[in-house]
Design a protein around this ligand. Structure first.
Ligand SMILES: [Zn+2]
Ligand SMILES: [Zn+2]
Length: 318
C-alpha cells in the first residue's frame, strides 16, 4: 500500500489546451491583462522578455477561456508557449467532476470523484511532465468555471478514496449514458482488455429512463442496407457489415457519427435512419445511471460497485 502513497500527488499539474504549445496567450488577473507571445527560446510578457512566467488565480481568454485556480505557468516549449496549471488535488477533483457532470446528486458526484482520483493514480504519469491534460483523453478540466459547493463537498467527502481491484487502481472508464446496456471493453474496442470487474448486461434504471436528452436520430446516406450483430442478450450493437466492410462498435460510432451503439434502424431508398438511445461507449460507470441511482437513495460506494464488480473503495494517503 505504500506504493500508492507516492503516486497520489497533493498538487496536480494539468496540461492546458491538451498540453499543446500555443503561439499566443491572453490572461487577466484582477483587471490587469497579460499578452504573452513566444520569441525564439523566450517568451514576451507585455513586451518583456522572460524564461518563464507565472500567474495566480488567473483568467485565461486565449487559447481557452476560463478561471483557473492555483498557479498558471507559461514556458517556452517546442516553438510555442506551454501552459501548465498547478492546482491542489482536492480543488482539481472538484473541478473535474464539475466539468464532467455539472449539476448532479451528491452521491453520483462522489462516485465520479473517486474515479477522478483513481485515474490520476493509474494514468498520472503517461504525459511525463504533467499529470493530466484538460481534455477527454485524460479527464475534462475547465478550471473552476462550473464548480459549485456540492462539487467541493463531493471531493471532500471522498478524500483519499480510490477504487481498487486486488489492491491496484482500476481502469477508469465511464460514459454519459449507457442507454440501458453496459458492456465489457471487448465489445467496444477490437483489442479491448479483459478486466474482471467490467460486465455486460442491463442497467435497468437507464433502460426505463425516457429522458429525451439521451435519445437521438441520425440519417446516414448509404447505398446498401447494413446488417448488425448485437451483444447476446443485449440491444447494444457490436459489429456491422456495411458495403462489404465489417465495422466494430467503436468504428461504427465514428464512421456514422452515432452517439451510441444502442439503436434500431430502418433502411430507406436513400439511406439508413438510426434511432438510438445513450451517449458514449457503455463501459464502466454510466453517469446517467449513477445520477438515477443516487436519486433513489444509493450511496457512492454502492454505485461504484454496481458498475465495477468485485472492487473495493480504499483509502490511500492524502
Ligand atoms: Zn491526456
Ligand atoms: Zn446507464
Amino acid at each position: 500500500m505504500f506504493f500508492f502513497l507516492a503516486l497520489l500527488p497533493d498538487t496536480v499539474i494539468v496540461g492546458i489546451n491538451a498540453g499543446v504549445p500555443v503561439k499566443k496567450v491572453v490572461a487577466q488577473v484582477g483587471g490587469k491583462s497579460y499578452r504573452i507571445v513566444v520569441k525564439n527560446k523566450w517568451i514576451l510578457v507585455n513586451g518583456v522578455k522572460k524564461r518563464s512566467f507565472r500567474l495566480r488565480n488567473a483568467r485565461l481568454l486565449e487559447p481557452v477561456r476560463g478561471d483557473y485556480p492555483g498557479l498558471l505557468i507559461f514556458k517556452p516549449y517546442k516553438g510555442g508557449i506551454r501552459i501548465l496549471n498547478r492546482v491542489p488535488l482536492q480543488e482539481y477533483i472538484a473541478d473535474v467532476i464539475a466539468s464532467e457532470m455539472g449539476d448532479a446528486p451528491l452521491e453520483s458526484l462522489k462516485a465520479q470523484a473517486v474515479l477522478a482520483r483513481t485515474f490520476l493514480m493509474r494514468w498520472g504519469k503517461r504525459h511525463g511532465s504533467f499529470h493530466a491534460c484538460d481534455r477527454d483523453h485524460c479527464q475534462r478540466y475547465e478550471g473552476r468555471n462550473r464548480v459549485k459547493s456540492i462539487h467541493r463537498r463531493a471531493a471532500k467527502e471522498t478524500r483519499s478514496m480510490v477504487l481498487t481491484y486486488k489492491g491496484k487502481p482500476v481502469e477508469v472508464l465511464y460514459h454519459a449514458s449507457c442507454g440501458g446496456w453496459v458492456c465489457e471493453p471487448k465489445y467496444v474496442w477490437r483489442r479491448g482488455k479483459r478486466l474482471p470487474y467490467f460486465w455486460t448486461g442491463e442497467d435497468e434504471d437507464c433502460f426505463e429512463d425516457d429522458n429525451p436528452r439521451y435519445t437521438w436520430k441520425v440519417f446516414v446516406p448509404l447505398k446498401s442496407c447494413p446488417k448488425v450483430r448485437r451483444i447476446p442478450g443485449s440491444l447494444r450493437v457490436f459489429s456491422m457489415i456495411v458495403d462489404g466492410d465489417t465495422l466494430y462498435a467503436y468504428d461504427i460510432r465514428r464512421r456514422f457519427n452515432l452517439p451510441s451503439t444502442v439503436f434500431a434502424y430502418w433502411c430507406t431508398q436513400t439511406g439508413v435512419i438510426f434511432i438510438g438511445t445513450g451517449r458514449g461507449h457503455g463501459v464502466g460507470l454510466c453517469q446517467r445511471g449513477a445520477i438515477l441511482k443516487a436519486k433513489k437513495g444509493w450511496n457512492y460506494k454502492r454505485i461504484l460497485l454496481f458498475y465495477y464488480r468485485g472492487t473495493t473503495v480504499k483509502k490511500v494517503g492524502r
